[in-house]
Design a protein around this ligand. Structure first.
Ligand SMILES: Cc1cc2nc3c(=O)[nH]c(=O)nc-3n(C[C@H](O)[C@H](O)[C@H](O)COP(=O)(O)O)c2cc1C
Length: 183
């Protein structure tokens, strides 16, 4: 079950207009809060966005990589408090990953939108743009946003032949754990 879920998970950027049930949104956030964090400090925070106008504004956080959020029924902004942990990036990333996998398990599709280290326009950081829209306090950091919705595109699952086993070593770098399955 878990392995078919991670094989089937793809980046889904096209969504049906159908709203996501409240119960499913709560399950997504339950998954986010179940994610582990360094020293259990839980520096991550989340903003669930279902307001169409806000989603449209957030979809403009990047020149290209975020436009699909305009047609998503739901966006989840993943942020963190760096004052709580020096490894907030890792902690927030694991939580975002849990949301992505939970979406798949709930029959939804999701896709990550990178925010940290990305620009909205030449002179404006995507993070600052989002912070202004959502009244996020200055000390907090925005890692990413997740677009979520019922999938309106079909993507094939990952194939075993595509897995880069040549990047997996055993005991010493360069010593393959497994020969690549021939294509
Ligand atoms: C850290 C990270 C950042 C990403 N940023 C974006 C993004 O800003 N916009 C986007 O459309 N997809 C983004 N993606 C999705 C990747 O493009 C996608 O996962 C990759 O092409 C593999 O496709 P798959 O998810 O369907 O397996 C991101 C994925 C990760 C893990």
């Amino acid at each position: 079950m878990f392995f078919s879920l991670i094989k089937n998970r793809r980046s889904i950027r096209k969504y049906k207009p159908q709203e996501i049930e409240r119960e499913k949104i709560e399950r997504l956030m339950q998954a986010a809060l179940l994610a582990p964090s360094s020293k259990g400090r839980n520096p991550r925070e989340f903003i669930v966005v279902d307001d169409k106008e806000l989603l449209l504004k957030l979809s403009q956080a990047r020149p290209h990589g975020s436009s699909f959020l305009a047609n998503a029924p739901l966006g989840i902004v993943v942020l963190a408090d760096p004052a709580k942990s020096d490894v907030w990036i890792e902690d927030a990333s694991i939580a975002a990953t849990f949301i992505w996998l939970a979406a798949e398990a709930l029959g939804l599709g999701a896709c990550w939108i990178q925010v940290r280290e990305r620009k909205q326009r030449e002179s404006i950081e995507a993070e600052e743009y989002i912070k202004n829209i959502l009244s996020i306090p200055p000390g907090k950091r925005v890692l990413a946003m997740m677009g979520v919705g019922y999938p309106d595109e079909i993507k094939s699952p990952k194939q075993e032949e595509d897995l880069e086993y040549e990047k997996v070593f055993c005991n010493q770098y360069g010593n393959p754990l497994k020969e690549r399955v021939s294509r």
